[in-house]
Each structure stands twice: as structure tokens, then as C-alpha cells.
Design a protein around this ligand. Structure first.
Ligand code: AMP
Length: 301
């Protein structure tokens, strides 16, 4: 099964203790689609400006990514700049420019309307909802968001949350969204707003899944060097949703495997600046790291 994604396609300017990069291709939907495409075909819905060149479109070529829903509009592409320091678990946003996303109204190409798996990656919650409402046959709709929207558009975000099945969000932001510091209680409070499952991304500590009575933790991969955390969350979501769409199994055991594939993809994303490491992966790299996760967490009782 293919997975549809809406979210930012961006030019990022990044600063980490390992270096800097200006105006490199990024965005939530970009990281998501590159990682998910290792598992299943991806249909991307987003907008870019007239500064988005052939070389940028080419990044999606030769992969299982359909860009017929990637509109080109007059104006500048979305831009984000951020920096990381210390343990690099959190980005400090220096600047966000919505640009062409300000007047974007997503139109789902007819061929995508029967999508069963969709991910509403980080972007304005009203755009996320517009996409959700154009997918009547959706079986699993995931949603990501961040402090920028939690603070800036809380009512719109609540409406969008009420229409999704799963929230994939980072630890600090789930606490902010719920207004509760305790993680387990914050996840329960958010589940009351709509999503039946909440996946909390915890940076270097991995991720955990809360649904009904069940809780599952996947660790982060213990890398010796992490160069740029940008896109870790979206790459996590790409591995997680990509694997679920590939297998079409939403049972608890499979969700657990999906969570580990999410951690696998996030661990590759942060090894190098921007998209570099993700663009050079192969299926064997992914499986080898997945097995490492298995041996790192297995114990007999
Ligand atoms: P993450 O996976 O959380 O590191 O997300 C990183 C990506 O999110 C970057 O490539 C940014 O372009 C994008 N981004 C940052 N802020 C926003 C925002 N307010 N809305 C949509 N995308 C954003």
C-alpha cells in the first residue's frame, strides 16, 4: 500500500557543533518521503516556490516517490533555520518563513483519493485537516506537529487532532500540548482529543507507543557520533508509517516492529548533515540495523 504525505518541503539553514549548512533541501515531508520510500510507494502533497530548481526535484527521482501532488507556485519555498547545541536533543528555531505555504490550498490528485495510509507531517493544522478530509477511505492517519503550531494555532490543531488515528510527536511537545508534565498522563490526555494511539519521540532515548493499556518502548540507536539531528523525527515517522503501509497490519506486534523501524531510520538520518545519509541507504543497511536493535533489546526470562 502506498502512503500519502502532506507537510513542508523546505530550504533549511542549520548549525550544529559539527558545522553549518545554508539553504539545503529539507522539510518534514521531504525527510518522510525519502525514508518511507524504502518501504513502500509514497505520494507527496506540498508546494514549492520558483526558487526550487531541477536539482531539487531530482532528489525525488528514481525513488518510489510520486511528486504529481508537489505544486509549484510563484514565490519563495518555505524556509526554516535552526541550531543545536549540547546533547542536540532539541532544535532552537532561529527563523521560520512560510512563504508559498501561506496561500497553499492542498488539492489531492484523483489518483491519491483512495489512500488508506496518510501522514500529516508538520505544517499548518488547517492544511493537514484539508488533506484529511479529502481521504474518505483512510485506514490509518498519522499526525505530527510542533511548538510553533501548538502555541500559534491551538484551536485549529485541536480540530485536526479530532480527525486522526495516531499522533507522532516529540516528548516536550506532547507535554506542552496536554499541559501535563507526566508523560503517561500527557499521552492519555492527548488520546482523549482524538487519536487512539500516541507515539512519543524522545530524541537519543528512542520512542514509545501508548495505546489503550499497552505501552512499548524502542530505544535510540547508540551512535558514536551524531552530526545533524534535523529530520530525525520525520525520518522516524517515515520508517514507522512506511513499514505499516508495506505490511498492512495494524496489530500490536506489528506496531512494535514499526516503532523499531522508525528508530532505525532516525538513526541513519542524524549520522550526516541534511539528507545525505538517507539518500545512500539500501535495504541491507536497514535490515542489519534492525537486527542490531533486536539483539540490543532481547533478553530471556
Ligand atoms: P524534525 O524531524 O522534527 O527535525 O523536523 C525538521 C524539519 O521540519 C526541517 O527540515 C524543517 O524544514 C521542518 N520545519 C521546521 N519548522 C517547521 C514548521 N513550523 N512547519 C513545518 N515544517 C517545519
Amino acid at each position: 500500500m502506498a502512503v500519502l504525505v502532506v507537510g513542508s518541503v523546505a530550504f533549511d539553514s542549520l548549525k550544529t557543533p559539527y558545522g553549518e549548512a545554508q539553504d539545503v533541501l529539507g522539510g518534514a515531508a521531504t525527510y518522510f518521503s525519502i525514508t518511507a520510500s524504502y518501504f513502500t510507494p509514497v505520494n507527496i502533497v506540498a508546494v514549492v516556490g520558483d526558487d526550487f530548481g531541477e536539482e531539487h526535484f531530482r532528489v525525488f527521482e528514481g525513488r518510489a516517490i510520486d511528486i504529481s501532488g508537489l505544486e509549484r507556485a510563484a514565490g519563495r519555498t518555505f524556509r526554516w533555520s535552526g541550531e543545536y547545541s549540547g546533547d542536540m536533543n532539541e532544535a532552537r528555531t532561529l527563523d521560520t518563513q512560510l512563504n508559498v505555504f501561506e496561500h497553499f490550498s492542498p488539492k489531492i490528485p484523483p489518483a491519491y483519493r483512495d489512500s488508506e495510509y496518510a501522514f500529516l507531517a508538520n505544517i499548518h493544522p488547517v492544511l493537514q485537516l484539508q488533506v484529511r478530509e479529502q481521504l474518505p477511505q483512510a485506514k490509518l492517519v498519522g499526525l505530527d506537529t510542533m511548538n510553533y503550531w501548538i502555541r500559534g494555532t491551538p484551536e485549529e490543531l485541536r480540530r485536526t487532532l479530532s480527525r486522526v488515528d495516531m499522533l507522532v510527536i516529540n516528548e516536550k511537545e506532547v507535554r506542552m500540548l496536554a499541559g501535563i508534565d507526566n508523560l503517561r498522563r500527557a499521552a492519555s490526555a492527548v488520546r482523549e482529543l482524538g487519536p487512539s494511539a500516541v507515539v512519543v519521540k524522545r530524541g537519543e532515548y528512542g520512542a514509545c507507543l501508548f495505546q489503550d493499556e499497552s505501552i512499548f518502548f524502542a530505544p535510540g540507536y547508540p551512535l558514536e557520533e551524531l552530526h545533524d539531528p534535523t529530520g530525525a523525527g520525520d525520518s522516524f515517522a517515515g520508517g514507522f508509517m512506511g513499514y505499516l503501509a508495506r505490511t498492512g497490519d495494524l496489530g500490536d506486534d506489528n506496531l512494535r516492529r514499526a516503532l523499531v523501524y522508525g528508530s532505525v531510520m532516525a538513526s541513519f538520518a542524524v549520522e550526516e548533515f541534511g539528507l545525505s545519509r538517507l539518500l545512500r541507504l539500501n535495504w541491507n543497511d536497514i535490515q542489519t540495523r534492525f537486527q542490531e536493535f533486536k539483539s540490543m533489546t532481547h533478553f530471556d526470562v
